[in-house]
Design a protein around this ligand. Structure first.
Ligand SMILES: Nc1ncnc2c1ncn2[C@@H]1O[C@H](COP(=O)(O)OP(=O)(O)OP(=O)(O)O)[C@@H](O)[C@H]1O
Length: 780
């Protein structure tokens, strides 16, 4: 290090010390204030009723009492809010104390005499007088300079317009526990040194924030504000998920007055992924957005009357049942039901239902039909046709509720009620007694009282018994949705669909499944969509930003459905067509291949640089896919991937040895990736007595560092230090190329493939220089 560099570093360290001192001062002050707020809250809670004037003698007093309670409650909730805010601020300050900033730029604005020093951290921090920024939030307009420009001419956008000038210096810091551990002055891209450092470290079970090393092309995605629909197509490991989470943090900052974390929703690929990304936003001082898998969403909408196949079971079928007689029919079905063509058919069907065909369910009571499906049907079709179906359904609902009330009255005098009254509990008698007292129904005549009491008790019994019926009607369960969906296939079975092979068999297969009260996963979205067309559904207005990660796994039908549910929401889609494992297996369109949406407010970004894996792994994985030559690896050297041909009976002992080797090399997260669940269970059972490992299944929601056995499709979106493919020879079909590519790209530092039955044909075009081959024989 030169003298100048040395001096610079000392000055910077001195500044860090000063800033940390300021932070500590602020922390102390805030803690004192927070203490005061806590005692205020406690006091207010304790004395809440003492400070309220309660007087209910006349209406004026009542109004005054209500106002007094309201005032006291507002005071309490204001104090509680302040306390929450202070806690949040304290947490951020603690983080700043540990690492106050990660970057500095010196920017000379045109027309100014001296350059501003701008230090960037995860949050803003002002001096004691609240006049100058000692640290700028990385999301502040001026901070974009850091991500967008090398030293030289530079500009940034503010609400008042563009500010132009020259960047004199761009510096990066690695500060830990208030000590500068590294400091680099950088050129064109944001510190390769820094990236080397970050990317060379071990995989974590939780994703990390990339705030200090966001790349320019990622920054464009993070800060994009214009588009209603933002589409990011990025190769594996290009930082799509990272950029998405940073974007959430950015939007929360940029629109802090109007946008809250509960207004943002992320659709993630599996439950494991939810916990994988859960710490990024809190690390940045923000709360997590809402998160769900699409499957969770759709299954919850279907309710629990049917057995719904899940996406992973569907995938497992596609991977393992290729020999099934009906496999081709099923695959064609999955493909067609994914398309907008199919959606159009459902739309037309719904239109036809306006005139005829809605099927209802008998409302029964005590084993007898109370209101028949035919009666409901006739009432429904007697209503004005100009009314939409959902409107008419609402009218039917109201009518049915009225009818039920009438029936309750009629039912009271039936003999079964009298019998039931005998068996009522003491408490229920008491309740009736209380009711009579309240209503002053007692008379001098005890005989009358008895009759009154019996009437009330009968009413109580009947109402109780009718409750499920009322609930059923309120939840619109008088519509036979299953029957209506089923009828669609019966009606269309004989149609010759120009575009679809095996249509007739698809219909037969679907009907057979539905008749068992079971629904294929590919039917889940069309079913709920049709249900919405019939029963109507209010669109969700509270969600303003939707993020769809792994968008390549969404069908055009699913995407259109989501758009319909959240019409007021902006959307960010992130995906990689080469990882479209579901569509790879069926040839179905994905939302990324079928996006017809163009327009002023649609923008697309392409990310071709990949950060996750070593250069050697990227060279190998890129050769697996078409167009892979466009993928640009980050220059981080490592070992070449290897394939070892192993006799089947040697696989487990070989995998075990490989795991130990990786552990000795310091790798902490090692994944044994299996093609299917069946293979995962087999591998887990074979290895579990030899070494501590975890089996990841579709319901697993989090995982620890260590060794994991995981089915291929559940490893989506996640990364590991080292990956061992339990048997790469199993990836044989062209339809599994994307799956094979996806699993190989999960590896950060090491990729090893076991082959029990020769090298996978999917590697036929991969140059031998990209991987090593070994063979292990039984007696070797
Ligand atoms: N600018 C960056 N600075 C530091 N690390 C980065 C950066 N961009 C991406 N990474 C790292 O690269 C890895 C891959 O990122 P991420 O998972 O976001 O990629 P992805 O495009 O979503 O991947 P995939 O599609 O394969 O699941 C992560 O470890 C992430 O931290």
């Amino acid at each position: 290090m030169s003298d100048l560099q040395n001096r610079d570093r000392q000055m910077e360290q001195e500044r860090v010390r000063l800033i940390v001192k300021e932070i500590v001062k602020k922390v102390n002050k805030l803690e004192q204030n927070a203490g005061r707020v806590v005692s205020d809250v406690l006091e207010l809670r304790k004395t809440f009723w003492q400070d309220v004037t309660v007087n209910v003698d006349d209406p004026d007093d009542m109004t005054e009492t209500a106002a007094s309670i309201k005032q006291q409650a507002e005071l309490l909730s204001e104090r509680e809010r302040t306390h929450r805010q202070m806690n949040k601020e304290l947490k951020t300050l603690e983080r700043l104390k540990f690492s106050p900033y990660f970057g500095r730029i010196d920017f000379l604005e045109n027309g100014e005499k001296s350059a501003d020093q701008v230090y960037l951290g995860i949050a803003s921090f002002m001096d004691e007088a609240d006049e100058n920024f000692l640290i700028y939030d990385w999301r502040a307009p001026i901070s974009s300079l850091y991500y967008d420009f090398p030293p030289g001419p530079a500009r940034y956008k503010t609400l008042d317009g563009m500010i132009e000038g020259e960047m004199k210096l761009k510096r990066q810091f690695l500060i830990r526990s208030s000590e500068i551990k590294g400091m680099f002055d950088t050129g064109v891209t944001i510190g390769d040194e820094m990236l080397q450092e970050v990317l060379g470290s071990n995989a974590s079970t939780q994703m990390k924030s990339i705030v200090a090393t966001i790349q320019r092309e990622q920054n464009q995605i993070i800060r994009n504000e214009r588009s209603k629909l933002l589409i990011v197509q990025g190769v594996a490991g290009s930082g799509k998920t990272s950029a998405a989470l940073q974007r959430v943090a950015y939007l929360l900052y940029r629109y802090r007055d109007t946008l809250k974390s509960e207004n943002i929703m992320l659709f993630s690929p599996n439950p494991l992924f939810n916990s994988y990304v859960a710490t990024v936003l809190p690390e940045l001082g923000e709360e997590n957005m809402q998160q769900a898998t699409y499957m969770e969403y759709i299954t919850q909408r279907l309710g629990n009357e049917f057995h719904v196949e899940d996406a992973f079971t569907q995938m497992e079928y596609l991977l393992t049942k290729k020999e099934d007689q009906t496999y081709a029919v099923r695959v064609n079905g999955v493909r067609f039901k994914a398309s907008l063509e199919f959606k159009k058919m459902i739309d037309q069907y719904a239109k036809r239902l306006s005139n005829a065909g809605v099927i209802f369910i008998d409302l029964t009571f005590r084993g007898e039909v109370l209101i028949s499906k035919e009666t409901i049907h006739d009432y429904f079709y007697s209503l004005e046709e100009s009314n939409s179906i959902p409107n008419r359904i609402q009218l039917v609902k109201e009518w049915l509720l009225r009818e039920l009330k009438r029936r309750v009255k009629k039912e009271r005098s039936k003999s079964w009620v009298e019998e039931e009254v005998q068996f009522l509990e003491k408490e229920e008698y008491l309740e009736v007694f209380k009711k009579m007292q309240e209503k002053n129904r007692f008379t001098e005549n005890t005989f009358d009282d008895f009759a009154q009491e019996q009437k009330l008790l009968a009413e109580m019994v009947v109402k109780e018994k009718f409750k499920p019926l009322f609930a059923k009607v309120k939840r619109l369960k008088f519509i036979d949705m299953l029957g209506i969906y089923l009828q669609f296939f019966k009606e269309n079975e004989k149609k010759q669909l120009r575009l679809q092979d095996n249509w007739e068999q698809i219909c037969i297969q679907t009907v057979k499944k539905l008749n068992k009260m079971e629904i294929y996963y590919e039917d889940a979205t069309p079913f709920v969509y049709l249900q919405d067309l019939i029963s109507g559904r209010k669109s969700n207005t509270s969600i303003r930003q939707i993020f769809i990660d792994e968008a390549q796994d969404y069908t055009p039908f699913q995407f259109t459905f989501i758009q319909r549910l959240f019409p007021y929401s902006k959307m960010t889609l992130l995906g990689d067509f080469n990882q479209a494992i579901f569509s790879g297996a069926t040839g179905a369109e994905t939302v990324l291949t079928d996006l017809e949406i163009k327009g002023e407010d649609v923008e697309s970004f392409v990310l071709t640089k990949t950060y996750r894996s070593t250069k050697e792994i990227v060279e190998f994985t890129s050769a697996l896919i078409e167009g892979g030559e466009k993928i640009e690896p980050f220059n981080r050297p490592g070992r070449k991937p290897t394939v070892t041909k192993v006799e089947p009976i040697m696989v487990n002992s070989f995998v075990l040895a490989k795991i130990k080797e990786f552990q000795e090399d310091g790798h902490r997260t090692i994944a044994v990736i299996c093609r299917t669940v069946e293979e995962s269970k087999f591998a887990y059972d074979a290895l579990k007595n030899e070494i501590r490992l975890h089996l990841i299944e579709k319901g697993t929601i989090s995982y620890e560092k260590g060794i994991l056995v995981i089915p291929s499709y559940l490893s989506k979106g996640i990364e590991f230090d080292a990956v061992i493919l339990y048997d790469s020879s199993q990836y044989k079909n062209e339809s599994e190329r994307k799956l094979f590519y996806t699993v190989c790209t999960r590896a950060m530092h090491e990729l090893h493939m076991v082959a029990t039955n020769g090298i996978s044909p999917l590697m036929a075009n991969v140059s031998k220089e990209y991987y090593g081959i070994k063979a292990v024989k039984i007696n070797s």
